[in-house]
Design a protein around this ligand. Structure first.
Ligand SMILES: NC(=O)c1ccc[n+]([C@@H]2O[C@H](COP(=O)([O-])OP(=O)(O)OC[C@H]3O[C@@H](n4cnc5c(N)ncnc54)[C@H](O)[C@@H]3O)[C@@H](O)[C@H]2O)c1
Ligand SMILES: [Zn+2]
Ligand SMILES: [Zn+2]
Length: 392
């Protein structure tokens, strides 16, 4: 089959690799019909090289058709249309029962001290071959895949794999009070969708980014926006918009590659030049200057408010302004999305009325063969690229 494989920093290629096969009775094989490109893939593309091997297949946002199932997968049959959640979870351990599927104890990566395995997401998360490919082996298929109806286009359901539950969880964890305001930092696919969901649920929403097309796209949904590049003190700007107190809730949908972090670029580049062991260490400790968005969130959030982090952070030694967090009595919630937990609440919104605008959410739909160029354009935010779907 053809699959998008990692070959080094900013070097991904479409290779011919062996077809996956059923290896465990709980596996399924899915023929991918659409597969998303995610901001999380950009972390792999740029800074996570020490945790990847050449040839690792990337991608974790697939929809497709079941081709084959293992003997213990009785809920699916060949021909079923399914979306596959980005985290791999068993559905019957203590964590899964508690709705913490991203911490699944069956697929946890204990040797690295990490949570549930993820598709296409480094040795830290199980080194499971990813979904930007023609075929995908799905472990724990008795639980993970979400059956969706035939008829509507892939766009209607594909975001159940990541964007929708991640944005839903971000809003849920933000605990926006009735009549309250949530500021969403970062208007990539995750932040954009978090704005739509928060608005749909009745909050006042203020979106912040510095890419004109992304701001315009969110403004077109009737959402207030602030252009980061046009303000000198973001915290002051937000306080001005909220009675001087700041928003009750802030969602950080930026993560560790925030702009406004000049040193981060250097650290990123250093990780690329050092031998793997050393650069893995640097990657874990040099997060210091990647905290621009989180620091903005801490500054602007109202006293007693909540910060919901959905952007991925990688540092282990990032100094946080603990004094400010403590003094302002801030609640911090974060983590990988527990995809399965939110599906039943989201599915009723994926109708012909399309209240969240999923049918037109993708800005680019490209053949898998053109994926390497699309990675570059998405990273550089060229050509209005916000959400890319690959058609294998
Ligand atoms: N928690 C989860 O389960 C989960 C799932 C998917 C993605 N993510 C993470 O969410 C984050 C966003 O993902 P995405 O797909 O939307 O990626 P993206 O890279 O397209 O979006 C990030 C956006 O942040 C903007 N930005 C950069 N610096 C900023 C700053 N200082 N203030 C405000 N905006 C700033 C960028 O211009 C960009 O539009 C990534 O870190 C990704 O890894 C987490
Ligand atoms: Zn993703
Ligand atoms: Zn589990």
């Amino acid at each position: 089959m053809r699959a998008l494989a990692f070959h080094g920093r900013r070097d991904v290629r479409v290779d011919t690799v062996p077809d996956p096969t059923i290896r465990h009775p709980t596996d399924a094989i899915v023929r991918v019909t659409s597969s998303g490109l995610c901001g999380s893939d950009l972390h792999l593309y740029e800074v996570m090289a020490p945790f990847l091997d050449e040839g690792d297949i990337l991608g974790h946002e697939p929809i497709g058709i079941v081709e084959a199932v293992g003997s213990e997968v009785t809920n699916l049959a060949p021909g079923d249309r399914v979306v596959v959640p980005f985290n791999i979870s068993c559905g019957h351990c203590r964590m899964c029962e508690d709705g913490l599927q991203s911490q699944c104890e069956t697929t946890q990566n204990r040797e690295h001290g990490m949570g549930a395995s993820l598709f296409g997401y480094t040795k830290l998360y199980g080194q499971v071959p990813g979904a930007q490919a023609e075929l995908l082996r799905v472990p724990q298929a008795h639980y993970g895949p979400i059956k969706v109806p035939e008829g509507p286009p892939d766009d209607r359901f594909v975001y159940l794999s990541d964007v929708l539950p991640t944005a839903w969880q971000a809003v849920e964890y933000a605990q926006v009070p009735d009549g309250g305001t949530v500021c969403v930092l970062g208007l990539g696919p995750i932040g954009d969708m978090a704005c739509r969901i928060a608005q749909h649920r009745g909050a006042r929403v203020i979106g912040v980014d510095l890419v004109a097309e992304r701001l315009a796209r969110v403004a077109a949904q009737g959402i207030e926006t602030v252009d980061l590049s046009g303000v000198s003190e973001l915290g002051d700007e937000l306080r001005e918009l909220t009675d001087g107190r700041g928003p009750e809730s802030v969602i950080d949908a930026v993560g560790m590659e925030a702009h406004g972090a000049p040193f981060a670029k250097l650290a990123h580049r250093m990780t690329a030049l050092l031998p793997d062991a050393l650069s893995a260490k640097l990657m874990e400790t040099a997060g210091v200057d990647r905290l621009a968005a989180l620091n903005a969130a801490i500054d602007m959030v109202r006293r007693g408010g909540t910060i919901s982090l959905s952007g991925v952070y990688g540092g282990m030694a990032d100094p946080l302004p603990m004094l400010v967090l403590f003094d302002k009595q801030v609640t911090l919630r974060m983590g990988q999305a527990n995809v399965r937990r939110w599906v039943d609440q989201i599915l009723p919104l994926l109708t012909d009325d399309d209240p969240l605008g999923v049918d037109d959410f993708a800005t680019h739909r490209v053949p898998l063969e053109e994926a390497p160029a699309a990675y570059g354009r998405f990273q550089r935010k060229e050509d209005g690229t916000v959400k890319v779907l690959f058609a294998p």
